[in-house]
Design a binder for this molecule. Structure first.
Ligand SMILES: NC(=O)c1ccc[n+]([C@@H]2O[C@H](COP(=O)([O-])OP(=O)(O)OC[C@H]3O[C@@H](n4cnc5c(N)ncnc54)[C@H](O)[C@@H]3O)[C@@H](O)[C@H]2O)c1
Length: 315
């Protein structure tokens, strides 16, 4: 277990992952020691749970002043432009995704922070990577600007670890499914929207084709993986680029069938759009044996357990 003297800054705390990670870290480290920050106004789900600051991760000086003033020891950088939004504005996505990680790595080096967390994504893999059980080290030729920026970011993380000893840790998240905070414009967002529409209208127009398999994970597992990685003793972390991370893989047809076990008259229609090509460029399943062997990763939620929990909580 890490020392509880840490002062943690979460950048992008108002987003889909940030809200839940902030609440989980506040339980461990104490609410005063976990400072939520975002470009946007405070997410109402965080109101009253601890300190919140307006921070623009593109502004290195402003960010560094916050780190000094708040005596920050660890940063979780969650601010990013996601895959579907990134394809609509590639230069903006590249600018945000690169400048924010470079600012944080530089500040970590200059201020000698103890640890940094920065998520990568299964989007680093492209059409030439293995489709099934895609290994951690393999052919990596991403075709989306999101994937390109994440892969470049991974390389910068490894560089700062090797050259300056910055203890930066990273996970290649699959699509994360949650009921608390809304998703931020990724290609796996359908697997969240489908639950909302199933309860509201009992029909869903899916922007991916029925047999499009993608790696997915329930948010509870994603948050636990993040904290377990960050709390693992340094000698267990053999990889400062990014770890493959997996829990389940399913298609729109399979998740619809699982929802029908609870809502028998639910219907799904398939209307693939530009996101179909993004999904098809990614692996269908991921091999995460290094995460399991090196720091003990083990998922708890499969499709059935997740579906039950999502419907129960959204009701
Ligand atoms: N959600 C997923 O399924 C998933 C999968 C793989 C990787 N990831 C990665 O996890 C991280 C968080 O994802 P998310 O789904 O929570 O994203 P999100 O879009 O829901 O949240 C990102 C947050 O960052 C904030 N932000 C954007 N630019 C900022 C800036 N310049 N300064 C400060 N804050 C800024 C946004 O306002 C937003 O609240 C991202 O790096 C993303 O690429 C997410």
């Amino acid at each position: 277990m890490s020392t509880k003297n840490e002062r943690i800054l979460i950048i992008g705390a108002g987003g889909q992952i940030g809200v839940e990670l902030t609440l989980a870290l506040r339980n461990i480290y104490g609410k005063e020691n976990v400072i939520a920050s975002d470009l946007k106004a405070e997410n109402p789900l965080l109101t009253g749970t601890g300190p919140f600051l307006h921070v623009d991760a593109m502004d290195k000086n402003g960010l560094q002043q916050t780190v000094q003033k708040e005596k920050i020891t660890q940063i979780y950088l969650l601010a990013a432009v996601l895959s579907a939004v990134g394809e609509k504005n590639p230069l903006m996505a590249w600018g945000v995704n690169m400048q924010t990680i470079l600012n944080v790595l530089e500040i970590a080096r200059e201020e000698q922070l103890t640890k940094i967390f920065w998520p990568s994504s299964i989007a680093i893999f492209g059409a030439t990577s293995p489709k099934q059980n895609c290994p951690q080290q393999t052919i990596v030729e991403p075709t989306t600007i999101y994937g390109i920026s994440k892969y470049a970011g991974e390389s910068w993380c490894e560089y700062y670890y090797e050259k300056y000893g910055v203890d930066v840790r990273s996970l290649r998240y699959p699509g994360l499914i949650s009921y608390k905070s809304a998703p931020g414009g990724g290609t796996t967002d359908y697997a969240i929207d489908i639950f909302h529409q199933a309860l509201k209208t009992k029909t869903y127009d899916c922007f991916l084709d029925e047999d499009t398999y993608l790696p997915m994970m329930y948010m509870d597992d994603g948050i636990r993986a993040t904290i377990e990685l960050m709390e693992a003793p340094a000698e267990k972390i053999k990889n400062h680029r990014s770890y493959n991370l997996a829990a389940m893989s399913f298609s729109p047809k399979e998740i619809a069938a699982e929802i029908q076990k609870h809502i028998p008259d639910f219907r799904i229609h398939y209307k693939p759009d530009f996101r179909q090509a993004i999904a098809e460029s990614w692996p269908q399943s991921i091999d995460d044996k290094e995460a399991r062997a090196e720091w003990g990763w083990k998922p708890e939620f499969d499709l059935a357990k997740m579906t039950e929990d999502m419907l129960k909580n959204l009701k």
